[in-house]
Structure formats: structure tokens, C-alpha cells
Design a binder for this molecule. Structure first.
Ligand code: PEP
Ligand code: MG
Length: 574
């Protein structure tokens, strides 16, 4: 029987294939007693499994390092490797085997449950999310103990691929499956989960948050994953398969055509050039600038240098990373955002628990509360500025005081470096992010203190609509086309233009082709996005008639009804 299920679209594209159910190893663990004379053997079996998973993870890391240099991916694997040496998880499970004479997999799952329960009590959402890593590592260990290599079925004669269906997938599993699967669907997960990030970076179509999908399907059933619309079609009719095969070919053709746009200038029909910049998270991403011929880096999320690790990078390590990005950019401008710590991005050194972290000590607020830490970053950035075209951007500004204090600390860092006779760019521009509605509404107080602006639509939408951007339960309320959001974005663009200050958008909206014409019509001329999105956005720009868009978008900005707005935005493309 054909049916369709709706979930969250986390990685675009279409996969057509046969269901491969990935078992939830942890639910299938038996409990049995080990005779005292066999305890030593059981411990060796346990140690061997830890060893073998360590090898698996190292192998995965090596494979990813050469094929797809994504720092986040390597960091997830390292985090899971650290867990393999953790006394609270591994040490305690071992002690359970010795003291209670239970089998290794049972001891592990028991210990995992107690660790996960402790994680559940943690306020910090980033750390709380790490419980998924604990579960995934234990799952791997249990598979190693049970001798389940998790092999995928061989290639099929009908030419269709394999679609993995799982309760949840770890980023490491996702990397392991790449090149062997057409797509995946999972019961749980959200658009900002690590697995979703990995799926996007590897280009694997995926839909998550399908609740009990694993229970509804059987191995080998036909399934279509529409990662763009966020749906899975099970046992579709021939006519639906036919339609999706055509759509998939059209998408593939579209992708190969897009590559040809690499060297085409991003000019609208009038000839006006639009700036296309890349969002990156570290030196490992800078190669993508060349691949897409981006005009520079519009957002370097520097906090990725230290989340998922235990120690903070010191000034020299930071300096090396910033310098590497500037060198890699080959003279193109690089906008480094000062650390945006807090909310969903935390690190080992941030111990404070907050009831509402998104509204708490986050981004510039955190940096100003820890001036020593902030000055270290500013010094490292200033030192790196001698090696390229650097700009510094301050996240989450809401009060003019925050920029005054930042500028004062910047002056202090400069003074120190002058005394030390260290070279840096004396005229390094300092800009700010518009991601709090207060900043968008009262932009004039920031405009006179800053050299440039960038709108962070991800947070601007979250704070305008009071919708936690990481919470899948309210994801349906997260609406970039809400009239309040559109008016804030457009108002910010106009205020910047009146002040003759450059302004960009660097949130996800900038990389979504559905919104390109709308943003152009609002007057935006600089877009910063994940490098994989640049060519598609360029294609929209090449078709854009700016003079025609302006009045149309003005009319949209006066509309109140979401359905009418959506319809009018869709029609902008003609
Ligand atoms: C944003 O909020 O839109 C943004 C670009 O910053 P981040 O996604 O890192 O919060
Ligand atoms: Mg933000």
C-alpha cells in the first residue's frame, strides 16, 4: 500500500531505492551471567571491542580527511574516540563485568543508561545533545561485541539504490555509508543535528524526525526520499516513481549546469554586480572559496575552533588558524566573527548553566563578561590581519554599549601590540551582526559606530518569532516570510543604505534560492552562505531584473497575510 510520511527536510535531493532497516542494536541486547572463571575472557572480549571501534573511528576519520575536509566531521569522530577512553562510561562498564559477572554488552548498555540520565539533567543544550554521541558509541561497541559489521546489501540489478532507515544515525555512521547509500530517513533528529550537517556536506538526501518510520517499513520495500520537501513516499505507484526519476535527472542536470557558472560574474540583468561570499568554520573550508570562486568570506564562525574540545586554543593557536584562513583566501576579504559561544554552541570551559541560554550570556555578551578571553581573540585576529584583508564582526549586538566596550578592548589589544612592536592592520574594519530585533529596529545607534553590517537571519527569525531554532517541536513556526521578519530585514537594509554602510545577509536565507529575488528587491547586494549554495544563488541573480523587483517587493512588504506573501514571493521569479 502506498503512503507518504512528512518529516523535516535536512538535506536536499531525491533518493529512490529499497529500504534497508538498520537495527537498533541496543534494544536487542540480552542479559546473562558469566561464570567467575570466564570473567577474564569476557573482559578481553570487551577490550577487543573497544579496540576495534577505535580502529573503525580512526579509519573513518582518515577516509573523511582525504575525501571531504570538514572540521566538524573530524571533531565528532574525535569526541566519540574520547568516549572510548572515558572512565565513567568504559571504566564503569568494565567494573560491572568484574563485580556483577554480567555479559559485556549488558554492562555497557546499563552504564550508558545511567550516563544518559545524568546528561538529561544538564541545562546546557549543547552538552545535553552530547548524550546522542554516548548512545552512538555504545551502539558501535555492542555491534562489535555481537559481531554485526552492519554491512549494507550488495548493489541491486534494478539500478536503484539503498535507503537506510534507522531510529537515529550517528555522524560517523553517515560518513561510513556515504557512496553506498542513496539517502536516509530517521525517526528522530532535527535540522541542526550533527548528522544533518554531515548529510548536507556529503550531499546525501535525507529526511529526519519521522517518528515511528522504522516500525512502519519492511526491508526491501521501495521508498522515495524527497530531501527538499521533507517527505518519504513508501511503495509508490509506477507513475510516481517515473515522475521522481524525471525530477532526479532534472536536478542532476541542473547541478552539472551550475558548475559552468563558476567563472561567470554574478551580475543582474542590468549588469550590476552582486557580492557572493562564503560562510566557513575554519581553515579546512577555505579551499571551497576557490571551487566556487566566491568573492571572499562573509562569515567565519570562529567558535568552531574550540567547540567539541577540552581546552581553549591559546593566542598562538588562534593566530595560526586565522592566518591560515587569510592565506587561503588569497587576498580576498575575510570577515571573522568573534566567538559566538553560548546557546547551542558551548565548550568544555563554559561551566555556567542558564535557564534560557539563547537569551543569556551568549556571543558578545559572553566575550565582554570574559575580557581576558576576548582580548586574547582580538590580539590573535589583529596579528593575523597583517597577512590579508581581515574584517572583524561582532555577533548579537543589542546595546550600543556592547560595541563601545568591544571597541575599547580592541584599542587595548592594539596598544599592547604596538608596545610589543607587532605588525597589524591599523585600519581593520569592525562591523556588527544584526540578529536581535532591537538592533534591527534601532540600527542608527550602531551605524555610526561600525564600518559594516551583516544580518544573521537565523537568529533574527528565532528572536522575532520567539521560536527556538533548534527545537523540532516548534520548527513549523520558524517562518522566514513572516511579515515582521521581512519588515525587520528590509528596514535594516534601508537604514544601512541611508548611512552608506555596506550590509550583507549571512544567515541561511542568503543561501536559499527561494528568497534571492526577494532580498534583491529589498536592495540587498551582498549575500554570504555555505559555499555549496553559491552557484545556485548566482543563477538566480543572473535572471534578476532589479528595477522590476523593487516595486514588487515594496508591495509584498505591505502585505500581512502569510499565504499572500508566500504566493507573491513565489511569483517574483515570473
Ligand atoms: C545567524 O544567526 O543568522 C548567523 C549567521 O549566525 P549563527 O547561525 O552562527 O547563529
Ligand atoms: Mg547568529
Amino acid at each position: 500500500m502506498s503512503f507518504t510520511v512528512h518529516g523535516l527536510p535536512v538535506s536536499q535531493g531525491i533518493a529512490i531505492g529499497h529500504v534497508h532497516l538498520v537495527s537498533h542494536a541496543l534494544l536487542e541486547v540480552n542479559h546473562y551471567q558469566i561464570a567467575p572463571r570466564h570473567i577474564a575472557e569476557e573482559l578481553t572480549r570487551f577490550d577487543n571491542a573497544v579496540h576495534s571501534v577505535e580502529g573503525e573511528l580512526l579509519g573513518l576519520k582518515a577516509a573523511t580527511a582525504s575525501a571531504q575536509p570538514h572540521k566538524e566531521v573530524g571533531a565528532f569522530i574525535d569526541l566519540q574516540r574520547m568516549m572510548l577512553a572515558d572512565p565513567v562510561l568504559i571504566g564503569a562498564a568494565r567494573a560491572k563485568i568484574e563485580e556483577h559477572h554480567t555479559n559485556a554488552e549488558w554492562a555497557l548498555v546499563q552504564q550508558m543508561e545511567s550516563v544518559v540520565e545524568q546528561f538529561q539533567q544538564i541545562e546546557d543544550p549543547y552538552l545535553r545533545e552530547r548524550r546522542a554521541d554516548v548512545v552512538q558509541v555504545v551502539e558501535r561497541l555492542v555491534k562489535a561485541l555481537l559481531g554485526d559489521p552492519g554491512h549494507l546489501p550488495p548493489k541491486r540489478k534494478d539500478g536503484l539504490g539503498t535507503v537506510v532507515v534507522a531510529h537515529d544515525l550517528s555522524p560517523a555512521d553517515t560518513i561510513g555509508f556515504r557512496d553506498h547509500i542513496a539517502g536516509f530517513v530517521t525517526d528522530i533528529g532535527g535540522p541542526t543535528s550533527h548528522t544533518a550537517i554531515v548529510a548536507r556536506s556529503l550531499g546525501i538526501p535525507a529526511v529526519v524526525g519521522l517518528y515511528h518510520i522504522r516500525d512502519l517499513l519492511r526491508d526491501n520495500e521501495l521508498i522515495i526520499v524527497d530531501g527538499t520537501r521533507g517527505i518519504a513516499l513508501i511503495d509508490p505507484d509506477d507513475s510516481v516513481v517515473e515522475e521522481y526519476l524525471l525530477r532526479r535527472s532534472a536536478l542532476e542536470l541542473e547541478r552539472s549546469k551550475l558548475k559552468r557558472l563558476r567563472d561567470t560574474p554574478a551580475a543582474a540583468l542590468s549588469g550590476e554586480l552582486i557580492e557572493l561570499l562564503a560562510n566557513i568554520s575554519g581553515p579546512q573550508d577555505v579551499g571551497q572559496l576557490k571551487e566556487t570562486n566566491a568573492d571572499g568570506v562573509g562569515l567565519f564562525r570562529t567558535e568552531f575552533l574550540f567547540i567539541d574540545r577540552d581546552t581553549l586554543p591559546d593566542e598562538d593557536e588562534q593566530y595560526e588558524a586565522y592566518r591560515a584562513v587569510l592565506k587561503g583566501a588569497g587576498g580576498k576579504p575575510v570577515t571573522a566573527r568573534t566567538f559566538d559561544i553560548g546557546a547551542d554552541k558551548s565548550f568544555a570551559g563554559k561551566s555556567r548553566n542558564e535557564a534560557n541560554p539563547a537569551l543569556g550570556l551568549r556571543a558578545v555578551r559572553y566575550s565582554l563578561a570574559e575580557p581576558k578571553f576576548f582580548v586574547t581573540q582580538l590580539r590573535a585576529l589583529l596579528r593575523a590581519s597583517a597577512h590579508g584583508k581581515l574584517r572583524i564582526m561582532v555577533p548579537m549586538l543589542a546595546h550600543p554599549d556592547e560595541i563601545e566596550q568591544t571597541l575599547a578592548l580592541m584599542e587595548k589589544a592594539k596598544e599592547e601590540l604596538r608596545d610589543e612592536k607587532v605588525k597589524f592592520d591599523e585600519n581593520l574594519p569592525i562591523g556588527g551582526m544584526v540578529e536581535v530585533p532591537a538592533a534591527a529596529l534601532a540600527l542608527s545607534v550602531f551605524v555610526k559606530r561600525l564600518a559594516f553590517l551583516s544580518i544573521g537571519t537565523n537568529d533574527l527569525i528565532q528572536y522575532t518569532l520567539a521560536v527556538d531554532r533548534g527545537n523540532e517541536a516548534v520548527v513549523h513556526l520558524y517562518d522566514p516570510l513572516h511579515p515582521a521578519v521581512l519588515r525587520l530585514i528590509s528596514g535594516a537594509i534601508q537604514a544601512a543604505q541611508r548611512a552608506e554602510l555596506p550590509i550583507a545577509v549571512c544567515g541561511e536565507m542568503a543561501g536559499n534560492a527561494d528568497y534571492t529575488l526577494l532580498l534583491l528587491g529589498m536592495g540587498l547586494r551582498s549575500f554570504s552562505m555555505h559555499p555549496a549554495r553559491i552557484l545556485e544563488i548566482k543563477q538566480q541573480i543572473l535572471r534578476a531584473d532589479l528595477a522590476d523587483l523593487t516595486p514588487k517587493v515594496q508591495r509584498i512588504l505591505k502585505m500581512d497575510e502569510p499565504a499572500k506573501i508566500r504566493e507573491a514571493v513565489e511569483k517574483l521569479g515570473g
